[in-house]
Design a protein around this ligand. Structure first.
Ligand code: A3P
Length: 319
């Protein structure tokens, strides 16, 4: 498919017929069952056919606020470790969100293919779309997909804070709805790139069917045992750590370089404004497991737990 004025018009026409809701002050449309930011729709549609993944392509997938920035930093560091020592890493001067571009937002900004130069070899790209929406070339090539999942209440709270920090930074008159309203939408499946159960289960099932192509990770496991998870990740990507590297402390060095404490305080990450509206610091907040208890009432937590239990019943996935 070549992007022409007429295909742009077709996308505009399609979008105008889709159900629309504002989520945390931002317009979303429901396309084939998934809630996409209005702004991302042209990129999602164009990339499905046009994104060309090569054999060694690495894709980082995950719902927003599930740890994708962390994964970007970790995977960049693992696969490029023979080119850049942790002390000379491009991560020290480039925000992970810029170092690793998004398929729907960067490779196909506004639906138009962009020329993007990547420092990483092999190249790494990210996406929030469900597995069923992945560009054809990712499925048919030997690309490796790493999916990061996070417990739903923490992801919910994190997204709400993220939107608030963007609004605050831009002094906008549009306010983020109270967390109670966002919670109600969330429980209806009206979430960025959600319903979350569909997004998560799509990748979970793919990881069970094709473990050599899709690795399923969780934010909580990464927090609990970073060393083990980094080794698991490196082996899956085809860049296993040698015993010498392990003995030299390289895994620990990468873990420290990519830690929230380090990334958050880097001048480059504090100064940059992603897409001209998202302050670089808003990608780094607390980075804790279980912060939701400070923001959701016990009854909200119970409702969400029940919903999650019901949606993931029989899948083998436990939160
Ligand atoms: P919190 O808001 O709970 O702190 P994403 O990168 O997918 O947008 O997710 C953002 C969440 O991951 C935020 O969670 C953020 O603080 C956390 N995060 C970002 N970088 C991290 C890192 N290096 N280590 C651990 N957590 C990180």
């Amino acid at each position: 498919m070549e992007i022409t004025k007429s295909s742009e018009n077709k996308i505009d026409k399609l979008v105008s017929c889709l159900p629309q809701e504002n989520i945390c002050g931002r317009p979303f449309v429901q396309y084939n069952g998934t809630w996409f930011p209005l702004l991302a729709i042209p990129g999602v549609i164009s990339s499905q056919e046009l994104f060309q993944a090569d054999e060694s392509e690495i894709i980082i997938a995950g719902l927003p606020k599930c740890g994708t920035t962390w994964l970007k930093a970790l995977i960049f560091s693992i696969v490029n470790r023979n080119r850049y020592q942790p002390t000379e890493s491009p991560l020290l001067s480039i925000h992970p969100q810029i170092l690793v571009p998004s398929i729907e937002m960067d490779h196909f900004r506004d639906g138009l293919p962009q020329t993007i130069y990547q420092l990483s070899r092999p190249t790494i790209s990210s996406t929030h779309v469900p597995y069923a929406f992945l560009p054809n070339s990712i499925i048919t090539s030997n690309s490796r997909v790493v999916y990061v999942c996070r417990n739903p209440p923490d992801a919910l709270v994190s997204y709400w804070h993220f939107r608030n920090s963007i609004m605050k930074h831009n002094n906008t008159s549009v306010q983020v709805e109270p967390i109670e309203e966002f919670f109600d939408q969330y429980c209806r499946g009206v979430q960025p790139y959600g319903p979350l159960w569909e997004n998560i289960l799509g990748y979970w099932n793919a990881s069970v069917e094709k473990p050599e192509s899709v690795l399923f990770m969780t934010y909580e496991d990464l927090k609990e045992d970073s060393m083990f998870q980094l080794k698991r990740l490196a082996s899956f990507l085809g860049f296993p750590f040698s015993s010498e590297e392990e003995a030299q402390g390289l895994i620990q060095e990468i873990s420290t370089l990519c830690s929230i404490g380090n990334l958050k305080n880097l001048e480059a990450n504090q100064k940059v404004v992603h897409y001209s509206v998202v302050p670089g610091t808003s990608y780094f907040r607390k980075g804790e497991v279980g912060d939701y208890v400070n923001h959701l009432t016990p009854s909200m937590i119970e409702t969400l737990n029940k919903l999650v239990e019901e949606k993931f019943a029989g899948s083998g996935l436990v939160f």
